[in-house]
Design a binder for this molecule. Structure first.
Ligand SMILES: Cc1ncc(COP(=O)(O)O)c(C=O)c1O
Length: 389
């Protein structure tokens, strides 16, 4: 830090210069992100609560009440008006919190967590921190957890089962109702990671485009991760962790002398927490309503399905699975996927590379014209490799 401060204009200019290096969603070329341009309203209301601390209900009861109302709206979205939980920093914190609760609830030396190979790396973080052992289950031909293998792997050391409702790589949904039956039969905790799918599947259900179940409707589901900063169109950071009822959350409750004279219980990992994300999620859900989100999800799905059909027509492109939601995975049969991703990046397209495929996330910032241009660039890139052979 320099001795004398800069004036506001200088600070803003310096910041703008640096931030111009970042990619812009408005280009339509970011196909690698599960986040998008947040709603204008959420940018406006963010500043209403910047100085407020959700970790201090004594000082900020209004903000804490607002978080409760937000969690209640999320609970209704996930078929459980009685759900309790928090707005957190994202899917990673939510998944760690879920397994933390599962561990505190467990008796004896149950330390194994059964989860699909497709699960997000945040579970590896959770396992490291909580000293748990991950039992990764292979996927079926449809890229879902193999429930036969789940049953084979269950034993007296099993702490929890995790199902994914919208896998990071392909947007595939595990058979949650079946996992729920297994969890109930064996008296094991079941967590659903719907970080991405939480703001997609309810609206697909409304439109009759998804009917497999994924939420608290399945009685064995104890907790769900749902991220408003993904398809909820809220600014980062806004994650959500919901538990079936408050008794689950209270197991990690902790009171401290210096806040609220020991009368308050912290039920989050972090102490000081920003209120703005909760304000934002409340504002986004209130302003869009179910029909607003439905329209956004329908647009993304229409675009994703059109892209899927266009990619199908390209020779040398192999599509892994018909999309359940607005995520598409494909691989190139004659060229290394990594080379294709690099060439497309030279043309401005940001894509994600997975060990088995290239991923495209069709977010609201990408429209049908962008996707047509993408397919045409991909075709040219593939042809350029062919000409070199
Ligand atoms: C299924 C799933 N769970 C959890 C996460 C982690 O979310 P975050 O990056 O917000 O911590 C992601 C992120 O992509 C995800 O796809």
């Amino acid at each position: 830090m320099q001795e004398k401060g800069l004036d506001e204009k200088e600070v803003l200019e310096a910041l703008e210069k640096m931030l111009r290096k970042d990619a812009a969603y408005s280009s339509g070329k970011i196909l690698a992100s599960m986040c998008s341009e947040p709603l204008e309203l959420t940018k406006k209301v963010y500043t209403l609560a910047v100085e407020k601390n959700l970790g201090d209900e004594f000082l900020f009861p209004g903000s804490v009440e607002l978080e409760r109302k937000t969690v209640s709206m999320l609970g209704i979205l996930l078929s459980n008006p009685d759900a309790s939980g928090h707005i957190v920093t994202g899917g990673t914190e939510a998944n760690i919190t879920a397994l933390w609760v599962a561990k505190k609830l467990s008796e004896g030396d149950r330390r194994e967590v059964i989860l699909p190979e497709s699960a997000h790396f945040s579970f590896e973080r959770a396992a490291d921190i909580l000293e748990l052992k991950l039992m990764k289950i292979p996927l079926t031909d449809e890229f879902k957890i193999d429930t036969y293998q789940v049953k084979e792997t269950l034993n007296h050391k099993t702490l929890a089962i995790v199902g994914v409702a919208g896998s990071t790589g392909l947007g595939v949904v595990d058979p949650i109702p079946e996992l729920s039956d297994i969890a109930l039969d064996h008296d094991v905790y079941l967590h659903v990671d719907a970080a991405f799918g939480g703001f997609v599947l309810p609206f697909l259900q409304d439109m009759g485009l998804y009917g497999g179940g994924f939420d608290f409707e399945s009685p064995g589901v104890k907790s769900i991760t749902i991220d408003p900063h993904k398809m909820g169109l809220c600014p980062i950071p806004a994650g959500g962790i919901l538990f079936r009822d408050s008794s689950l959350l209270s197991i990690i409750g902790k009171s401290v002398d210096y806040i609220g004279r020991g009368r308050l219980k912290f039920t989050t990992l972090f102490g000081t927490r920003p209120a703005s994300p909760a304000v934002d999620v409340w504002a986004a859900m209130k302003s869009l309503g179910r029909s607003g989100y439905r329209t956004i999800v329908k647009n993304c799905m229409d675009n994703a399905m059109r892209l899927y059909e266009d990619l199908k027509r390209l020779k040398d492109v192999h599509l892994l699975v018909k999309p359940t939601m607005n995520i598409i995975g494909f691989s190139c049969s004659k060229v290394d996927d990594g080379l294709v991703v690099d060439r497309l990046l030279e043309r401005g397209w940001a894509l994600s590379l997975f060990p088995t495929h290239i991923r495209v996330v069709v977010m609201p910032h990408t429209n049908a014209q962008h996707l047509k241009a993408f397919v045409s660039d991909l075709e040219e890139v593939l042809e350029s490799f062919e000409n070199h052979v």
